[in-house]
Design a protein around this ligand. Structure first.
Ligand code: ARG
Length: 466
């Protein structure tokens, strides 16, 4: 079923009739790529200025073009612009309106350019801005963790492996683990910006152009370090989008692990933290409940972000060089991942800053589960010169004895301990408390409060420098 509309005014020269309605629906991207309007107009202004400067178009035409583009920018920002699906995408919507506003001069804007390099430059500009937004948001999240770490450098909690009580650690140390994780995300964002900071504008359709354009000038005008070096790659590369998605996916995965911890910590069984009313909800039938919905949603939205990464990798993996229309599918993935990630980071920053830490519950739990068993074994090694493997064995017997007596290790009597190994003296009790356990772990990067404070100082300095 073909509807006999007029052929497309931009590329319809050799077409007798317009597209079928279904073709228009599958082909159009304006519903989502209108988000690129500011970048598209910025790119066009820079391109027109360069065209005039190199004598490819007249200064008079350039002035008309720039004036028209600014009018369009205002129309869009004031909600007065009428986007048309028939005009496919943001590039042709803007150009068609430009023709309405300034007449034939509008037709000169697309000299020495193609939508292939146009969309590549628009999208790069957008992704670069978003990278900067993510970097700022991450800095806020890291600052929230640093503050928490400072408050709780000495607050003891159980450290887990396999979610089983392993050894006592401090909550400050745990917070600093997240500082490390989100700082790596921040580092990845910065690396990616560095790599993608090149302008593809002027690659034209794929092969470059015979017009005497100045790609260095447009690159500079648009805030890129330099122009890209291969016209084929310029229009077929979407690595910056893939890198954005993979960084977003890793960061979302970090946020999801944190969300999972918050869900666990806020259960009545753990009771390590209490979420503020701003980040939890009640149950409609169980009045006692306070649900960690925001944390759960952060955990769930990670699925969306990770999905977008796989989605775009799959779009790209079969494409021969250079541009294929498949690549139009890059935008929704990135836009949605960006919006989702922004929300996730903001929600987590709020939650981390707002939640109440229950020091007592953490301390109680830190002492349970024979968490100082390793300290006992280390004492045997240090004081009695016992090989660690044997000390591990002796400690295992002490744990079994404590278990049978239903007490903690520190509650065994000296006689009990001597029955396990005659060499044990009451000096051993000094290592069985959780406070002494954490205090003793002074190795670089260890959980001792003094070491945690050192790492806080390091990160504060490093982040103010960046
Ligand atoms: N809307 C297109 C996209 O997002 C713009 C590029 C179109 N290029 C083309 N040769 N049809 O990819």
């Amino acid at each position: 079923m073909s509807d006999k509309k007029a052929s497309n005014q931009m590329w319809g020269g050799r077409f007798a009739s317009g597209p079928a309605a279904i073709m228009e629906a599958i082909n159009a991207s304006i519903s989502f790529d209108k988000k690129l309007y500011a970048q598209d107009i910025r790119g066009s202004v820079a391109h027109s200025e360069m065209l005039a400067e190199t004598g490819i178009i007249s200064t008079d035409d350039q002035r008309k073009i720039a004036h028209g583009l600014n009018t369009i920018l205002r129309e869009i920002e004031d909600g007065k612009f009428e986007f048309s699906t028939r005009l496919e995408d943001i590039h042709m919507n803007v150009e068609a309106r430009l023709a309405e506003l300034i007449g034939p001069a509008a037709g000169r804007l697309h000299t020495a350019r193609s939508r292939n390099d146009q969309v590549a430059v628009d999208f790069r500009l957008w992704v670069k801005d978003e990278f900067h937004r993510v970097a700022e948001a991450l800095k806020g999240l890291i600052a929230a963790f640093l503050e928490r770490a400072e408050q709780h450098a000495s607050t003891v909690m159980p450290g887990f492996t396999h979610l089983q009580t392993a050894q006592p650690v401090t909550f400050g140390h745990h917070c600093m683990a997240y500082v490390e994780m989100f700082s790596r995300d921040l580092g990845r964002v910065r690396d990616a910006i560095e790599r993608m900071d090149e302008s593809p504008l002027g690659a034209a359709a794929l092969a470059g152009t015979g017009f005497p354009i100045d790609r260095f000038r447009t690159a500079r005008a648009l805030g890129f370090r330099e122009p890209t070096r291969n016209s084929l790659d310029s229009v077929s590369d979407r690595d910056y989008a893939l890198e954005f998605l993979s960084i977003a996916a890793i960061c979302a995965t970090h946020l999801s692990r944190l969300a999972e911890e918050i869900v666990i910590w806020s259960t009545p069984q753990f009771g390590f933290v209490r979420l503020s009313d701003s980040y939890s909800t009640g149950s409609s039938i169980m009045p006692q409940k306070k649900n960690p919905d925001a944390a759960e949603l952060v955990r769930a939205k990670t699925g969306r972000v990770n999905g977008h990464l796989i989605g775009l990798l799959t779009v790209m993996k079969g494409l021969p060089l250079t541009y294929s229309k498949d690549m139009q599918e890059d935008k929704e993935a990135v836009f949605d991942a960006a919006e989702t990630l922004d929300l996730m980071v903001a929600a987590m920053t709020g939650m981390v800053g707002d939640m109440t830490i229950n020091d007592q519950a953490m301390k109680r739990a830190a002492g349970s589960g024979y968490s100082t068993a390793t300290d006992l074994a280390d004492w045997l090694v240090r004081t009695l010169g016992m090989p660690f493997r044997e000390a591990h064995h002796v400690t295992g017997r002490a744990v079994a004895l404590a278990e049978s007596k239903k007490v903690g290790l520190e509650k065994l009597s000296l006689d009990d301990l001597k029955s396990i190994h005659v060499g044990i003296t009451d000096d051993i009790f000094s290592v069985l408390s959780v406070q002494n356990s954490v205090k003793s772990r002074t190795s670089f990067g260890g959980t001792a409060p003094a070491e945690v404070k050192k790492q806080i100082r390091y990160w504060k300095k490093r982040l103010t420098k960046a």
